[in-house]
Design a protein around this ligand. Structure first.
Ligand code: GLY
Length: 320
């Protein structure tokens, strides 16, 4: 019989610069998400259920760039993305270009469990959502509309030129709050899972897909290694297949903490200079956790059986 593991969940509400007015809802949001996910693990539920419900809480919160409260693209429209991966089976599901699905992560799970595919976007994904009676919700909030106007103004005033949006992140961090959400968990059976959800990069071109739904980039889970969820400028995580890299480090014997730090070092070394926006969380197959970033902040928390009340943080290990 396999050994019973101590369950653990790690949750992030995104890298970026968490300014004062936003930080309290962010910290409360990640704590609520972690508590929801941990409650499932505590009662013997699966890591997949745990990360899905944790991410769904953050998609509903309005405090993050995911679900309700998603960023707007250059056309002033929301195009949401999400993914989920089961480390036991290596099954994965991902969705993109969603306009009004209340919980994109639930649709990602439907792709994983009810279809033969991994990644479905746009109209096809919307049709599946209808077939499975998923709830709809208009995701645009007043705050995101305000951010959109400020970001667009910065663009039009020549403070940035597309497609070098990353320069804006560096020069105007307050305009680019990359609050993608994610969760990783280990359950009592020793299975790991990861899920990530986002509205994507503010002012992104219509049709742009980022790292969050791209398996291996924003999300990866493998029982033989661990699980990882990424946040930050998606193109960086995609070019380095960052979440899979973290899992490879763990699979080769690194702890979760060492693995996320090595991956941020990889970002700094291979794509230096402009993109200090990345954040990573991970859990390894032994239940050890890690969080690291090169962004000014990372909003995150974790719960294990030793944790009485979760403490949420705006920073972890900053790797320069
Ligand atoms: N990491 C979120 C995005 O770039 O879409």
């Amino acid at each position: 019989m396999s050994e019973v593991r101590k369950p653990v969940i790690v949750v992030h509400g995104g890298a970026g610069a968490w300014n004062h007015e936003r930080s309290q809802p962010g910290l409360e949001g990640v704590k609520k998400a972690a508590k929801t996910g941990f409650e499932i693990l505590k009662h013997g539920g699966s890591a997949v259920d745990s990360v899905m419900e944790a991410v769904a809480v953050m998609e509903d919160a309005g405090a993050f760039n995911a679900g309700y409260g998603s960023s707007l693209n250059i056309d002033k429209r929301v195009e949401m993305e999400a993914s989920i991966m089961d480390g036991k089976t290596l099954q994965a599901g991902a969705v993109g270009l969603l306009e009004d699905i209340r919980n994109p992560v639930r649709l990602a799970r439907i792709i994983m469990e009810k279809t033969d595919h991994v990644f479905v976007v746009g109209e096809g994904a919307e049709k599946l959502a209808e077939m499975f009676d998923l709830e709809r919700r208009e995701p645009t909030t007043e705050l995101r509309l305000k951010y959109y106007e400020n970001q667009r103004k910065a663009l039009l005033e020549g403070r940035s030129r597309l497609p070098r949006l990353a320069n804006l992140v560096e020069n105007y961090p307050e305009l680019f709050t990359l609050e993608t959400v994610g969760a990783v968990a280990l359950d009592k059976e020793g299975n790991v899972a990861a899920a990530t959800s986002t509205g994507g990069f503010p002012l992104k071109l219509p049709g742009r897909i980022g790292d969050s739904p791209s398996i291996g980039c924003g999300t990866y889970a493998d029982n033989q290694a661990g699980a990882c969820s990424a946040t930050g400028v998606g193109e960086i995580a995609m070019r380095l297949v960052l979440s899979k890299s973290v899992c490879d480090f763990m699979g080769n014997g690194k702890t979760a903490e060492e693995a996320v730090e090595l991956a941020i070092e990889l970002v700094n070394r291979r794509i230096p200079g402009t993109y200090n926006s990345m954040g990573l969380i991970a859990v390894d197959a032994y239940g050890r956790i890690g969080a690291a970033h090169n962004s000014p902040n990372l909003c995150w928390t974790y719960i294990s059986p030793e944790t009485k009340e979760p403490v949420a943080y705006l920073a972890a290990k900053i790797v320069e």
